[in-house]
Write a protein that binds this ligand. Structure first.
Ligand code: N01
Length: 551
């Protein structure tokens, strides 16, 4: 793994605050978003900018998520930056979907190629940020006691970076080892001869289960909610395909930006209800064979019409029943309580097939909930499962978690936690009223997690950079979303979600429902990438309407 941490600065623990280093911009996070934001601010705009990164290497979500089977479910050729034609042409993806180590190699290559490392400080966790209204600057504090003063604070902390480990009684008493997939040890975990319990069947659990089952003596999958999944159909990237992609990159990128989900494929214009049952079956079968998230695009109304959705949901349920040999296990694996794709749809390699293995057991913890972790394993209301290793694939405190963890205080000392106590309230997902000069890349209220992330990230980074350039050209020093514009945007975000079936998955992390006590608010913007980007462009060309700009 090419972290090359040795070439970067790492924060030294210091006993108390030092004098603050003065910068134009502090960027928090060195994943896809932070790297590109640094490049744009420093190399296009000429600003002094510094990235502060908690990890000991760059990569953001991919630095932390090294669990077995970790692989992106966007396809490699478009899960990548579009800002450099040279980069597009020189980088060779080896597989249809990039595996975690390959994404790390790519991001490290980007950091080297654009000379980013010298302005990235690793091992530096931001613990606080206060806006000094008189100076018009942010004072950013880190766990090591360092302080930075910057005109702009830009968060590039990712949407899925605060691990959610459920508070299960007795976990401390467990005699074996336990891990969360989002904090996976860099040295890996040896499963050979071990009895493993995997808790969670979201995208992560569904990717990890087949790989762990191959390596371990025994795997118990603890499933609370049965999930839909479509085969990924991963494979090597053929040289001819690579060439064809490189010759057509401009069109591919344009298509991604003009799409609903930031992927370079069209949503079918046809309603599932207008097709005959035979046509429908044939189209779903094609999509199943082709594999991947594109399955969602088979018909125009899978995410907007419940009857249309039911045709897709039922197709997948029939597949599960056909793949899984034991009918009782198949029934427990069949999702019935939410429509397909209203939770983020996983894609898999042999997930349902894994339950045909002799060394794999499905524990239905909806029927018999987990009561406690004991020294020997996990006890549910139905049985005790002896385990050597527990893997929590239990997701994240999504979208707001990493932002609220930083103790951000805006104008007059008001905290972001207070401002978002009833759920996140942003304007365009980019700013929050009362927090001048704070930009949140892929923040709540933007398309973010409903899209191919690099598409959403590049759109935000470019918009923020254009906004800062606009301010500098006009001698403006301060920008802040107005409350009226934020209120209107929050209303629009709700309307956009309610125009889809997405809110029907009541336990979804899109709604914050996976974290006890978190307000239930649909967080990402469901109006689509193209529409969102057009709104952002319009706001900018109207002189940043909905924002207050000051000298
Ligand atoms: O997390 P999740 P994830 N007891 O929240 C269960 C992205 N991602 O890490 O549904 C028992 O989706 C929970 O059950 P339930 C992608 O956007 C991308 O899998 O709440 N079970 C659920 O089954 C994805 O959506 C890639 O009833 C408990 C699971 O844990 C997002 O990350 C790969 C429990 C959590 O599922 C999050 O996915 C992987 C408890 N106490 C992930 N608490 C790519 O390839 C939770 N669960 C890009």
């Amino acid at each position: 793994m090419a972290d090359a941490t040795d070439t970067m600065q790492t924060e030294l623990a210091a006993p108390g605050p030092r004098s603050a280093r003065q910068l134009d911009a502090v960027i928090v996070g060195a994943g896809f978003a932070g790297l590109y934001q640094l490049h744009v601010l420093r190399d296009r705009l000429g600003l002094s900018a510094l990235v502060l990164e908690a990890g000991e290497g760059i990569g953001g979500t991919w630095y932390w998520n090294r669990y077995p089977g970790a692989r992106c479910d966007s396809e490699s050729y478009y899960y990548s930056y579009s800002f450099s034609k040279e980069l597009e042409q020189e980088w060779e993806w080896t597989e249809r979907y990039p595996e975690q180590p390959e994404i790390m190699r790519y991001l490290n290559h980007v950091a080297d190629r654009f000379g980013l490392r010298r302005d990235i400080q690793l091992g530096t966790r931001v613990t606080g940020a206060q806006f000094d209204a008189a100076a018009g600057r942010w004072l950013v504090s880190t766990a090591g006691g360092a302080q930075y003063s910057a005109q702009f604070l830009i968060t590039a902390v990712g949407c899925l970076s605060t691990a959610n480990v459920p508070n299960i009684k007795g976990l401390n008493s467990f005699k074996g080892r336990w891990y969360h997939t989002g904090r996976w040890p860099h040295e890996g975990v040896d499963f050979a001869g071990q009895r493993v319990g995997l808790i969670g069947t979201g995208s992560t659990g569904i990717q990890a289960a087949p790989v762990i089952a191959e390596a371990a003596a025994h795997l118990t999958v603890f499933q609370r909610t049965a999930n839909y999944s479509v085969p990924a159909r991963n494979g090597p990237m053929a040289p001819e395909q690579q060439q064809q992609i490189k010759a057509n990159y401009a069109d591919i990128r344009q298509k991604s930006r003009m799409s609903t989900n930031g992927h370079p494929f069209d949503l079918s214009p046809q309603s599932a209800l207008d097709a005959t049952p035979e046509e429908r079956e044939a189209l779903y079968e094609d999509a199943w064979e082709r594999g991947g998230l594109r399955f969602r695009a088979t018909f125009s109304d899978i995410l907007s019409n419940q009857a249309a959705n039911e045709t897709a949901s039922e197709f997948i349920r029939a597949k599960i029943r056909a793949i899984v040999k034991d009918p009782a296990v198949a029934e427990r694996l069949t999702p019935l309580d939410h429509p397909f794709a209203t939770k983020r749809p996983p894609i898999d390699t042999n997930y349902f097939e894994t339950f045909n293995r002799d060394n794999v057991l499905l524990a239905d913890v909806r029927a018999a909930p987990i009561q406690e972790v004991t020294p020997a394993g996990v006890r549910t209301t139905g049985a005790e499962y002896g385990l050597d290793i527990i893997v929590f694939a239990t997701g994240f405190d999504a979208m707001t978690g990493p932002l609220l963890a930083m103790d951000i205080q805006g104008e007059g000392g008001a905290s972001l936690r207070q401002a978002w106590s009833a759920g996140p309230r942003t304007y365009l997902g980019l700013q929050t009223a009362g927090f001048p000069n704070l930009f949140t890349i892929t923040g709540p209220g933007s398309p973010s997690v409903l899209t191919n992330m690099p598409t959403a990230i590049e759109q935000h980074v470019d918009w923020i950079a254009d906004c800062i350039a606009y301010m500098r050209e006009r001698g403006l020093s301060r920008i802040e979303a107005t409350r009226a514009a934020s209120d209107q945007w929050v209303g629009h975000v709700n309307d956009a979600a309610n125009a889809t079936l997405l809110p029907m998955a009541s336990s979804s992390w899109y709604l914050g429902a996976n974290v006890p006590g978190k307000p239930r608010v649909f967080m990402p913007y469901a109006g689509g990438m193209a529409k969102y980007a057009a709104i952002c462009r319009q706001v900018a060309s109207d002189g940043y309407s909905g924002f207050q700009l000051r000298r």
